[in-house]
Write a protein that binds this ligand. Structure first.
Ligand code: PLP
Length: 380
């Protein structure tokens, strides 16, 4: 049997860390209580939930009561975007976002425009995939109800200037939501430093299972719930808490704090750069995204003269992805790369390689060699 492919798609999802699985298992077995129950089973669940909330808050340098557990980042983002927009609609119905948001944010805004009379301004990005803060701030108006910005772009890893934007918006009293689904656990995050009002994250991007996310909401910010029901999560989300998954997210956040304090991110950055240099030298591949203001684990490169999807198909030694979609046999370039001004043929040649905490130097050599071989076979 051949070895499983080297996993280089950690921005799509991560495996569950064994320590995270260990932490959650008791809550799927004998510690199954409902955190609202007054007896010992309920109290054990409530205590675990409180601890998990504190662990998530610690990663974000936030207060535990500001953390709302959700089912995924998409839910967190929808709760932030719609919840804040609905709470603020008397003051204005204008929303601002960048042209490279994840569909979770872009579609939530599109829904508000379509069904609730909001106007949406999508601010273009520069050729490195970053938004110019001055350009974004120019789009903000007196009737702007919310600005939402992706912290780290999922395809390119580009880090947006959230702190600069946040400080300027705070001075103008405009609520600011940050989609930190890709940055959480990969770069340090402080909601105070970022000067934001709400921040979303996803468990399965930081070694917790799928099915859990969190939304941090600044104390005092009004937000309409999307799930109406019992007043759980401080009245911001009905529905009995998913205790095992919340515990998993808490444990994953604690592991992330330890990872960020270790030399792991720096070693990952160096490994990623060596892979980039090897691919550039061997194939003439060109970087999509900023050289420096980027997640340490992400490398998006366009290979000349090939289609990214075909390149990956011909390199079964690795599991990675492209931002392009394939419909009925025809390939469509990534909208994110097009928004950065890449030519369609260059965008079609793009491959995203995203490293994880377990990625090794040896895997980098194998991946570089596999991609070089595949490119030499396919190039036109
Ligand atoms: N935001 C960003 C930046 C993402 O990368 C993703 C997932 O890829 C999401 C939001 C949505 O996450 P989920 O599908 O887990 O809800």
């Amino acid at each position: 049997m051949s070895a499983p492919p080297i996993y280089l798609d950690f921005n799509a999802t991560t495996p569950v860390d064994p320590a995270v699985l260990e932490a959650m298992l008791p809550f799927l077995r004998d510690r199954f209580g409902n955190p609202s129950s007054a007896h010992a089973y309920g109290r054990a669940a409530a205590e675990a939930l409180a601890r998990a909330r504190a662990q998530v808050a610690a990663l974000l340098e936030a207060a535990p009561e500001e953390v709302v557990f959700t089912s995924c980042a998409t839910e967190s983002i929808n709760l932030a975007v719609k919840g804040i927009a609905f709470a603020r609609r008397a003051q204005g119905r204008h929303l601002v976002l960048s042209a490279v948001e994840h569909p979770a944010a872009a579609e939530a805004c599109a829904y508000l425009a379509r069904e609730h009379g909001f106007e949406v301004t999508a601010v273009p990005v520069e050729t490195d995939g970053r938004v110019d803060p001055a350009r974004l701030l120019q789009a903000v108006r007196d009737d702007t109800a919310l600005v939402t910005l992706i912290h780290a772009q999922n395809e390119t890893g580009a880090l947006q200037p959230v702190q600069e934007v946040g400080e300027a918006l705070r001075a103008r009293g405009v609520p600011f939501h940050v989609d930190a689904s890709q940055s959480a656990g990969k770069v340090p995050l402080s909601v105070r430093a970022l000067a934001c009002d709400a921040l979303s994250l996803a468990g399965h991007k930081l070694y917790a299972p799928k099915g859990v996310g969190a939304l941090w909401v600044r104390k005092g910010l009004s937000l309409h719930p999307l799930l109406h029901g019992a007043p759980y999560e401080g009245g911001r989300r009905g529905g009995t808490a998913n205790v095992p998954h919340a515990v998993a997210l808490g444990a994953a956040c604690e592991l992330s704090v330890a990872w960020l304090g270790s030399d792991g991110p720096e070693l990952q950055w160096a490994m990623r750069d060596r892979l980039q240099e090897a691919l550039e030298a061997a194939t003439g591949a060109s970087l999509n995204g900023p050289e420096d203001a980027r997640l340490p684990n992400t490398l998006n490169v366009s290979f000349p003269g090939v289609i990214g999807n075909e390149l990956l198909e011909a390199a079964p030694e690795i599991a990675a992805s492209t931002g392009s979609a394939c419909h009925a046999g025809t390939h469509e370039p990534s909208g994110v790369l097009l928004a950065m001004g890449r030519a369609p043929e260059d965008a079609l040649g793009a491959v995203r390689l995203s490293l994880g905490r377990s990625t090794t130097e040896e895997e980098m050599y194998v991946a570089a060699a596999a991609l070089e071989r595949s490119w030499k076979r396919l190039r036109r």
